[in-house]
Design a protein around this ligand. Structure first.
Ligand SMILES: Cc1cc2nc3c(=O)[nH]c(=O)nc-3n(C[C@H](O)[C@H](O)[C@H](O)COP(=O)(O)OP(=O)(O)OC[C@H]3O[C@@H](n4cnc5c(N)ncnc54)[C@H](O)[C@@H]3O)c2cc1C
Length: 421
């Protein structure tokens, strides 16, 4: 029986594990987290709308009934393509075929120290950390007696006007417009300042101009300052410097401006393309290593005439590539090339509004928002999660009360040095 090692239990990795033939393959799935995450709702964790457990699913629970599949906790440190081994933070695993499905991480475009000084929503850990920081600033501002310092504490900047940036800026706007008047009598909405910086001339650049315009007006209604054609050059000692050399104070900077492939040490440079993604053919096999290495999902770069820079890094291609690869592997013959089906793009702007581009059609407002709710509930894994999230949304729709605005500080000692990656 062949051993397939899958790196990553996200949309691509987990879908592949589920679809591989149970009697043909022994599957070992490695992930640094012991759960499958749902990134489209990270911004709701960061804004205290949902609990992390609502948008995650334990990998071991999924593998209970899959006797051919085992979960391995570990951060992949090195791949040896000659010896066919994967070294993780804890063990060495040998494979017959390796499938890389490790996704992406934040791209700071080489700007000094941004990884250490900014907050993100690129993982459950980052989203939970960002939530704690937002709550911390609100509480500290509420007991601050200096009006100028209070405004400093409540200065938030989101960098990146793509779907993730628009969604987290909208969620912050709702805190400013609705939560502060309800729960923070010491503060005024005008104490809080939210700025969204976008380098191009419109928000949601990958969507239609109609979607961009709706996002712009929706965020304005939520009292978010939007600065288009504005790029960040540096951030040091809480001072943002822009490309035109102007600067201003920002207490909390949330970075959503770009992604780059997760590094896979040991993979030769020649196997990597644009954005550090692993080059694959139309069957998701790595050229030159067709018999033993594949890559799927966000980390895979499949260049076609229509998509010379690879497919969009979205959940749908990740899931579809995994299903297609499983079919080819199960058939033991690579006869089905992957074809991208563009099912459209959506983004929410605050609690009741969204924009959606589906083919040539554009939707906005409540219709797009209901479609967004439906699509996300359908894709979310686990019946318990679906019910929890739906109840939370209904509750939040009727009231702005959230029992999740808890400031949970992690303890530092004893240090877990083996987690330090
Ligand atoms: C904030 C946000 C919002 C998004 N919203 C949408 C949306 O609305 N619609 C949409 O279609 N897409 C959305 N996306 C994109 C979508 O989440 C990705 O396209 C999708 O998750 C890609 O799936 P994947 O399996 O390739 O990678 P991922 O889902 O990123 O999974 C990768 C897995 O690999 C693991 N991993 C990474 N490196 C290592 C390592 N070295 N060792 C061990 N394990 C490792 C990670 O822990 C993770 O579990 C969003 C993404 C983000 C961040």
């Amino acid at each position: 029986m062949q051993t397939i090692v899958i790196i990553g239990g996200g949309f691509a990795g987990l879908t592949l594990a589920r679809h591989l033939h149970k009697k043909k393959y022994r599957v070992k799935l490695v992930d640094r987290d012991n759960f499958h995450p749902f990134p489209p709702l990270y911004y709701q964790v960061a804004s205290s709308g949902l609990d992390p457990s609502n948008i995650t699913f334990p990998l071991r629970r999924e593998f209970r009934k899959m006797k051919n599949t085992t979960y391995h906790l570990g951060h992949v440190k090195e791949i040896d393509i000659e010896a066919k081994t994967v070294r993780t933070s804890y063990e060495m695993i040998t494979y017959d075929r390796l499938v890389i499905a490790a996704g992406t991480r934040n791209n700071y475009f080489g700007i000094d120290k941004l990884a250490e000084t900014t907050y993100g929503i690129k993982s459950v850990g980052q989203a939970s950390h960002t939530r704690d920081e937002i709550l911390d600033r609100l509480e500290r501002a509420a007991i601050c007696t200096d009006p100028e310092r209070r405004k400093e504490l409540l200065s938030f900047v989101v960098v990146g006007g793509g779907p993730a940036g628009v969604e987290i800026a909208g969620a912050l706007g709702e805190i400013k417009k609705y939560i502060i008047p309800r729960e923070y009598p010491e503060l005024k909405p005008s104490d809080m300042n939210i700025t969204l910086l976008e380098g191009t001339d419109r928000l949601l650049h990958s969507m239609s101009t109609k979607a961009s315009e709706k996002a712009f007006t929706g965020l304005k209604e939520l009292m978010v300052n939007i600065r288009l054609k504005t790029s960040l050059k540096g951030y040091k000692d809480k001072i943002i410097t822009l490309a035109d050399n102007s600067s201003f104070y920002c207490e909390t900077l949330i970075w959503t401006a770009g992604v780059t492939a997760e590094p896979m040490p040991g993979l030769p440079e020649k196997l990597l393309g644009h954005g550090g993604r692993v080059i694959v053919d139309v069957y998701n096999r790595v050229p030159g290593h067709e018999d033993d290495i594949c890559a799927i999902g966000d980390i895979a770069l499949m260049q076609t005439d229509r998509y010379p820079r690879g497919h969009p890094q979205l959940a749908r291609p990740a899931i579809d590539q995994a299903v297609n690869l499983a079919r080819n592997l199960n058939a033991e013959s690579f006869i089905r090339p992957y074809r991208y089906r563009d099912l459209g793009t959506m983004a929410t702007i605050g609690k009741h509004k969204a924009v959606a581009d589906i083919g040539p059609m554009h939707f906005s407002g409540i219709t797009a928002w209901l479609a967004w709710l439906f699509v996300h509930l359908m894709t979310l894994m686990g019946m318990r999660n679906k019910i929890n999230v739906m109840l939370n949304w209904i509750w939040n729709y009727i009231t702005y009360n959230s029992s999740l605005r808890l400031l949970l500080r992690p303890v530092k000692y004893p240090l877990r040095r083996h987690w330090g990656d």
